[in-house]
Design a protein. Sequence first.
Length: 128
Amino acid sequence: MQTKSKILIVDDNKSITKMMTKLLTHEGYDCTFCNESTNAIPLMTGTKFDFVLLDLAMPGKSGVEIVDELHQTGQIKNQKIIVLTASSTLQSSFADLKQKGVLTTLKKPIDIDTLLEIISQSPYPRSA
């Protein structure tokens, strides 16, 4: 099976990154995962990923802080971020993330079919 896209999964929950990596790899995606939020930005800016699946609630550096830092440095334009969250955060918070450059937000537990549809229908990020 030909690799479709290169995806980075950033989540502190090792069970989630393991399951998502297994599912997405089975679908033909090339997956890398990061369980330490403080390593996310160097990974995101040092390697070209087609999509980043980013958990919002993580110790060390939250997904919101990662988005804010990428936005402030202008590096978010080179990313296609899909935010994952289990929280019932207000719609205004999601709207703020989208305004900063996040592609979309998905609630956990993630419906893998919805995720695959988003990935397959989204054009690849703008080149750096």
